[in-house]
Design a protein around this ligand. Structure first.
Ligand SMILES: Nc1nc2c(ncn2[C@@H]2O[C@H](COP(=O)(O)OP(=O)(O)OP(=O)(O)O)[C@@H](O)[C@H]2O)c(=O)[nH]1
Ligand SMILES: [Mg+2]
Length: 614
């Protein structure tokens, strides 16, 4: 395959603007599938969690063949679908070196959002060619001209050069399968987009020399193990040849290529020869990471990888030491947890791991609580049990001063919710930078410490009955901005171990909101509900009704319990205070005090108070 018949692109956008749906369309309309082959929606979102959450978590490759009707030349278009959620931003960053251009999608109603700006900035910094696609123009409230101007403003703001500023615009509906160069086009297919990709995005630049490739992704093959995925920068390579891997740390290893593959629709094809320009997978090295270089010659130097934004938050992972530990999960030891976390850092470049003095406790650094929640959820499904803490931000010490991460946030709400949202933002030490009242409601722009953002999304959902939308994007480190008080309520803490009883829960529900229902295993120190007052209240959920002469046992009939509040994993992590933990096992999520014994807790609290007085 000649490299001038190859195009390598990534699709980037804010969350939900339609990237994965657009890939469906490109796959279908390029004829990659058989006629009438049944296909599902958002085919590239292949992970279970992606399907359940309806969002993309990992960047993934595919490739399509498209024949230009003008000259019958057939092109291979390698496409990388990327996630739009800010927490998974490193997935976008790591693919930037694999491609020569991007499709920047923008919602035809909402226009550019936090992550639109962030991904475009990354693409422009890499000198990538951009094609702007205004998507969802089928929506009734679409405002194409307005969005077009907003996107141009963004290019100006990000100091795009003239060529970048002259990016072509297409008006599309990924859902209805069309893209046109004008807003009132024929709306019949995606040909204009295919054509624009071929014309606007240059073929991959081939460098001189023998085989070299920068590893941009890691895949797993059930027969040959780890596969390094990337774009071949120079030369060619055959299966069976010996090559070198150069790690970022300068380590060099030699291995034989056991398998090579290229992408084709939703599957891959084995190949025996791979050439510069194409995106391929190569197996042979057991330990290979994103950012490493593969090369034919031992004298080759490591290729530069991109600088990625730093992790901003940290969470503790520890071995489950509660009384119900090991009843549910199969992987519970600190060794198993450490190995799993180590493995995560190899393919997830924005996650890093720190050991602590305790061998059963680890610190995981990441970009956001959603990113960590996804990791914990994945581990639960693999049979792990872990305790996780509330996220804290990663501070930096600069010239003896404490700095903390700040983010820019955008909040879309209705006029009625404005008061409550502004109050919450101000408690979280957010500084409002812009308020825009429009027909659809209000857009609030603010700059806030990352610390203040933890838990805000859940609060927003509650305050706006689910209508409010927010997005955020890492800005920079700024001086520490003082104490932020988050949770205003206390908890109802179990003082005994056993099974929760309807009678006891009935009494307790007069004190606050319940998190459990009757018949659940509970233990001392477990948080079983919320106390509307600030302090923690000891309660006994295991107490049975005293039998009297009049009634037989099991006379819990007639008790009306309100349905318990069940938090998602993400919400649990944000809800807990610093002296609390989430116990995550394959089938249960429990909230607990870090120290289960109430006597020890009381003594420590007293000592702390004394400490403060001194
Ligand atoms: N009306 C309309 N809805 C669309 C269109 N394209 C996508 N959607 C819907 O928008 C939602 C999000 O689509 P996705 O393709 O998952 O968006 P995404 O950009 O891949 O999202 P992330 O990967 O999570 O960032 C889905 O409900 C789609 O059905 C469109 O052209 N018109
Ligand atoms: Mg997607």
């Amino acid at each position: 395959m000649k490299s001038n018949l190859i195009r390598n692109i990534a699709i980037i956008a804010h969350v939900d603007h339609g990237k994965t749906t657009l890939v469906d369309c490109l796959l279908k309309q390029s004829g990659t599938f058989r006629e009438n082959q049944s296909t599902e929606e958002r085919m590239m979102d292949s992970m279970d969690l992606e399907k359940e959450k309806g969002i993309t978590i990992k960047a993934k490759n595919t490739a399509i063949k498209w024949t230009d009707p003008k000259d019958q030349k057939t092109y291979t278009i390698n496409i990388v679908d990327t996630p739009g959620h800010a927490d998974f931003g490193a997935e976008v960053e790591r693919v930037m070196k694999m491609v020569d251009g991007v499709l920047l999608l923008t919602d035809a109603v909402g226009g550019p959002q936090a992550q639109t700006r962030w991904v475009l900035k990354k693409a422009l910094n890499q000198g990538l060619k951009t094609i702007c696609v205004i998507n969802k123009i089928d929506r009734e409230t679409a405002r194409c001209e307005w969005v077009h101007d907003k996107v141009l403003e963004l290019f100006l703001d990000l100091e795009a050069d003239e060529d970048q500023f002259n990016a072509p615009f297409l008006y599309a509906s990924a859902k209805n399968g069309f893209a046109d160069r004008v807003t009132d086009g024929p709306r019949s297919n995606m040909n204009a987009l295919f054509q624009t990709i071929i014309e606007r995005i240059p073929p991959p630049k081939i460098e001189d020399g023998s085989f070299r490739m920068l590893v941009s992704n890691i895949d797993w093959d059930e027969y040959v193990g780890r596969m390094a995925i990337g774009r071949i920068l120079s030369g060619e390579i055959k299966q069976g040849e010996n090559i070198y891997s150069l790690s970022k740390k300068g380590l060099k290893k030699r291995a034989k290529i056991t398998k090579m593959k290229t992408f084709s629709g939703l599957k891959t094809d084995d190949i025996i020869i791979a050439k510069a320009g194409d995106i391929v997978g190569i197996a042979g090295f057991d330990s290979i990471d994103i950012g490493d270089t593969l090369a034919l010659e031992s004298v080759a130097e490591a290729l530069p990888f991109i600088e990625i934004d730093p992790p901003t938050i940290q969470m503790e992972f520890s071995v489950n030491d509660g009384p119900l530990a090991g009843q549910d999960g199969k992987k519970v030891t600190s060794r198993q947890i450490k190995d799993r976390l180590d493995r995560e850092t190899q393919s997830n470049i924005s996650i890093s791991l720190e050991d602590t003095v305790e061998s059963t406790r680890f610190l995981v650094n990441a970009r956001g609580s959603m990113q960590i929640a996804v990791l914990v959820e994945t581990m639960r499904r693999e049979g792990f049990e872990v305790l996780v803490s509330r996220p804290t931000v990663l501070y930096k010490d600069i010239d003896g001063m404490r700095y903390e991460p700040f983010e820019q946030i955008w909040v879309e709400i209705s006029e009625e919710s404005l008061g409550g949202v502004m109050e919450s933002l101000s408690k979280r030490k957010a500084k409002i930078t812009n308020l825009d009242h429009h027909n659809a409601g209000v857009t609030v722009e603010a700059i806030t410490p990352t610390r203040g953002l933890i838990g805000f999304e859940s609060d927003l959902t509650t305050m706006t009955s689910g209508h409010g939308v927010m997005s955020h994007s890492y800005l920079e480190y700024r001086p520490y901005c003082g104490k932020i008080s988050t949770r205003l309520t206390g908890t109802l803490v179990s003082m005994d171990q056993g099974k929760s009883m309807p009678y006891a829960l009935d009494m307790i529900q007069n004190r606050g909101k319940l998190f459990i229902e009757p018949g659940e295993g509970v233990y001392e120190g477990q948080i079983i509900g919320e106390n509307p007052r600030k302090e923690d209240l000891p309660v006994n959920p295991t107490k049975a009704k005293q039998l009297d002469n009049m009634r037989a046992s099991g006379s819990d009939k007639g008790i009306q319990l309100a349905p318990p509040e069940r938090f998602s994993l993400e919400r649990s992590i944000e809800y807990i205070a610093n002296d609390e933990l989430v116990e995550a096992t394959p089938n249960h999520l429990r909230l607990r005090k870090r120290i289960l014994d109430s006597n020890i807790r009381r003594k420590l609290a007293k000592a702390e108070k004394l400490d403060k007085k001194v």
